[in-house]
Design a protein around this ligand. Structure first.
Ligand code: XMP
Length: 513
């Protein structure tokens, strides 16, 4: 089989690494992010076709500034430095980098001086770009030529064609560089000679092969299936590889969305003919949550009990060597790269007991969410499942503030159903990352018919996001809000008021608890 073409981004601490990785993968070239400090031997083991040095902090001259092994410039593969990555390359190879007091970026018109083996093909003589106006390369290193310039940027791009080393003072992944995708394409196709053969079809084929290889001829696996896209896709992939040797366990903790259990069971057990054990622990779970109001305690109780139930059921299966998890790439990156320490740790990765007796199969651990959706489509999962909004492990319990009771869960579940139905009807569902109801536990006075009411408020939370780490509140049109409002107070007797959450993340989180 042809070796996988792979670009490796060495993450120097900037927030652009994931963004660039996504762009490269969209160009059908497989791309992984590794910490800048990855030892050269490990880097070589990964067998990259090209390297990208990402953006980073302000100055390469600071004592603790991130640096790569300088032997990377002599590997005889193309290296592209972006912003801090370019400055590091310049500094390492004998160029001159100056600092300015300005720490930011600015939109600037850049002009092409030399085309550097086609890097600027199709961009025109002048192109707009989002340029780093903090530190910049004043003098390119020996052997390099200036490839682009701007009014305030004497070296906006540089390249040493013979050594295949390139640097950009601007972000090709930023929307202010509208032709950035074309530039990346030129780099991958023209300079790195990559054919762009990483498709979801190939991904599925390779994954199935790898899972079979890892599991050997008779090992068995178990998967906690929640009906969310990640665990669903992971389960279907492993089912394709292992068939009846995979058993899925669906735990109904009583905190699910309306109709969720029925949908999951009919799709996977009926449609996909997978082995599924459904366990109903709703009463147990609600019993454990009685009187508990602290959000973290609620999460812990649900997480712990969930795992206990799962283990209990898995135990009954007899010999089972593997546990299938729908871990995604951002979960892995955030716990392993230069930026890992500062970003909130993700929920999927934690929660596994330390003395776990299973080995893990994580077929999605190198994929971003949008890629998982593509794999889902490739595997024939229905659209409704592919585009279903993410749902947290602790379910509706983190959307009922304070004590969780069966009555409150029933209210928030119905409200969620109405909201989602109206958002779908308005054709907004796919534009929105998550839209849902929150029950804040506020009672207020109202009138319904001729009667005074003292009833619940429903909050609507709707956000756009790429991966849940940051989010913007979504501007749902007034007309849709009006319909949702009317339906909520008319159809749910315990609700007499509706409000809309207009905060982004940060400073808020997406879920209210
Ligand atoms: P927050 O509330 O942290 O949520 O802004 C970010 C994203 O993660 C989801 N979320 C969870 N997912 N287990 C999960 O699998 C959890 O405990 C959990 N808590 C939050 C949330 O829905 C959003 O998509």
């Amino acid at each position: 089989m042809k070796a996988l073409e792979k670009v490796i981004i060495l993450d120097l601490g900037g927030r652009d690494a994931q963004q660039i990785a996504r762009k490269i993968r969209k160009l059908k070239v497989y791309c992984e992010i590794m910490p800048y400090s990855t030892p050269l031997e490990l880097l070589l083991e990964a067998n990259p076709s090209a390297l990208i040095l990402s953006g980073g902090p302000d100055s390469i001259y600071k004592g603790n500034a991130p640096r790569c092994d300088t032997r990377i410039y002599a590997l005889d593969i193309p290296v592209l430095g972006i912003c801090y990555g370019m400055q590091l390359m310049a500094g390492d190879l004998g160029g001159e980098v100056i600092l300015s007091r300005d720490q930011g970026y600015e939109k600037a018109a850049l002009s092409v001086v030399e085309n550097g083996e086609g890097l600027f093909n199709g961009l025109g003589k002048e192109f707009p770009a989002w340029v780093n106006s903090g530190a910049q390369v004043k003098k390119a290193p020996p052997g390099f030529k200036v490839l682009a310039q701007g009014h305030d940027f004497s070296v906006a791009a540089m390249g040493d064609v013979s050594r295949q080393l390139y640097g950009l003072q601007f972000r090709p992944d930023d929307p202010h560089t509208p032709q950035g995708d074309l530039l990346l394409k030129n780099f991958l196709e023209g300079i790195c000679s990559l054919s762009g053969n990483w498709t979801m079809e190939n991904f599925v084929k390779n994954s199935i092969m790898e899972i079979r290889e890892k599991a050997g001829p008779d090992a068995r696996a178990v998967c906690g299936l929640s009906g969310g896209i990640d665990s669903s896709v992971a389960a279907v992939l492993v089912h394709r590889a292992l068939g009846e040797r995979l058993t899925c366990i669906f735990v109904d903790h009583g905190l699910l969305r309306k109709g969720e259990k029925e949908q999951v069971l009919s799709l996977f057990s009926g449609g996909f003919k997978m082995k599924i054990i459904a366990v109903d622990v709703a009463d147990e779970m609600l019993g454990l949550l009685r009187g508990v109001i602290d959000p973290e305690q609620k999460r812990k109780i649900i997480g712990n009990h969930f795992i206990r139930v799962f283990e209990r059921e898995a135990e009954k299966l007899g010999r089972t060597e593997f546990l299938v998890q729908g871990t995604l790439y951002p979960d892995i990156i955030e716990s392993s790269t230069a930026t890992g320490a500062v970003i909130k740790s993700h929920h999927n990765v934690g929660g596994l007991p330390e003395d776990m007796r299973f080995s893990l199969i994580e077929p999605l651990k190198y994929l971003f969410k949008d890629e998982v959706r593509q794999v889902a489509a490739e595997l024939g999962l229905p659209e409704e499942m592919v585009w279903r909004h993410p749902f947290p492990g602790p379910g509706l319990a983190v959307r009922v503030l304070g004590e969780v009771t069966p009555e409150k869960i029933a209210i928030v579940r119905e409200a969620d159903h109405i909201i989602v139905e109206e958002i779908k009807k308005a054709g907004l569902y796919r534009d929105i990352w998550q839209a849902f109801a929150v029950l804040p536990g506020i009672y207020s006075v109202g009138v319904k018919g001729d009667c005074r009411t003292y009833a619940h408020t429903i909050v609507l939370r709707a956000v756009t996001s790429q991966d849940g780490m940051t989010a913007e509140w979504y501007p749902i049109p007034y007309e849709v809000l009006r319909t949702i409002s009317t339906r909520l107070v008319n159809e749910i007797p315990a609700v007499n008021r509706f409000v809309y959450d207009l905060t982004s993340k940060p400073p808020s989180t997406i879920e209210w608890e």
